[in-house]
Design a binder for this molecule. Structure first.
Ligand SMILES: NC(=O)N[C@@H](CC(=O)O)C(=O)O
Ligand SMILES: [Zn+2]
Ligand SMILES: [Zn+2]
Length: 341
């Protein structure tokens, strides 16, 4: 049993850094990662290349002195996005993000008519921008636990047939159906998996008392779904890789009568992943999941340098303080025994 793991510096292919005081508070929490795909669901959302460029400058400003961390930027697609905006975005963005309108946090300005977006998606394919997707339908008649599976047949499959040359990432895959679909999807479809979807299921959200800090979207599902995600993450599949979806909200936002969706995982992601891969008996595959496969799919070079994890006495991390209240650290339900050196 090894007591140290050294990996090529990893990437986080789905991260929320927020803005203002929360950005200040959390920017330093992701700098074990060399790069991260930064989500555009701010208030207001980043619907133009100019807004993205300004936000990128605010992130650089908020990073700790000397941090080696490259934010990879994304454009927020809406019904009004034009192919010309894609041309402009190609200079500052790595990808564009599709939120079905009202699917998740700050998605009210997302896309209502996805088919009408086809010329925009075609331009993205020409420009080499990836399409990142929050893959849930918003139809109230569809049970929330089925919304990812229904999205695949109603929305994603037709979209991929309309624009087959577009590189797509189904983000934060949460179900067996979803990950099976990704793994069978061919070379222009990939999936990201979070740390929290690998360690909690809906019992951890709802059994024995409701735990708002375990509430995220897509909502965590059955144990068998979690097991399918662990099997995929720890496999050799080339297009399944890590995106934390670390999504900080202050406790006043999480604990109200209509609590916000999102788990703050950035500081604990790597220790949780080490535990998951160790339990699966494949610690040697962790580097592929966090530092190789995603970069290859995105067409990015491999990172320079390494990060080490060392085995340690069980520990927990405290919340992060902000002027608007604490941001609780995601609790995987077991004590962490790996620490970033
Ligand atoms: N995952 C979440 O539960 N929340 C994210 C939005 C998202 O990624 O869907 C957030 O911005 O808070
Ligand atoms: Zn999402
Ligand atoms: Zn997210």
């Amino acid at each position: 049993m090894s007591d140290q793991i050294t990996l090529r510096r990893p990437d986080d292919f789905h991260l929320h850094l927020r803005d203002g005081a929360i950005l200040e508070a959390v920017a330093g929490a992701s700098t074990d990662f060399a790069r991260a795909i930064v989500m555009p669901n701010l208030v207001p959302p980043l619907t133009t290349a100019a807004m993205v460029a300004d936000y990128r400058a605010r992130i650089e400003e908020a990073l700790p002195e000397g941090a080696r961390f490259e934010p990879l930027m994304t454009l927020y697609l809406c019904d009004d996005t034009s192919p010309e905006e894609i041309d402009a975005a190609a200079n500052v963005c790595t990808a564009a993000k599709l939120y079905p309108a009202h699917a998740t946090t700050n998605s009210a300005s997302g896309v209502n008519d996805i088919e009408a977006l086809t010329p925009v998606l075609e331009r993205m394919a020409e420009r080499g921008l990836l399409l990142l997707i929050h893959g849930e339908v918003t139809d109230h008649a569809v049970d929330i636990f089925d919304r990812e599976a229904v999205f695949l047949e109603r929305v994603l499959d037709p979209l991929r047939r309309r624009v087959p040359e577009l590189k797509v990432v189904l983000e934060h895959v949460s179900s067996r159906t979803g990950i099976d679909y990704v793994m069978a999807g061919g070379e222009n479809l990939a999936g990201t998996i979070t740390a929290h979807h690998l360690v909690i299921d809906r019992n951890d959200l709802l059994a024995g008392g409701i735990r708002p800090h375990n509430y995220c979207l897509p909502v965590v599902k059955r144990a068998e779904d979690r097991e399918a995600l662990v099997a995929a993450a720890t496999s050799d599949h080339p297009r399944v890789f890590f995106g934390s979806d670390s999504a900080p909200h202050t406790d006043p936002k999480k604990l109200g009568p209509c609590g916000a969706a999102g788990c703050f995982t950035a500081p604990v992601s790597l220790p949780i992943l080490a535990e998951v891969f160790e339990r699966a008996g494949v610690l040697d595959k962790l580097e592929g999941f966090v530092a190789e496969k995603g970069a290859a799919y995105y067409g990015l070079g491999a990172n320079e340098g390494t990060v080490s994890l060392v085995r340690t006495d069980p520990y927990q991390l405290p919340p992060i303080a902000t002027p608007d209240g604490p941001i609780a650290m995601f609790d995987p339900g077991f004590a962490l025994t790996w620490r970033v050196a």
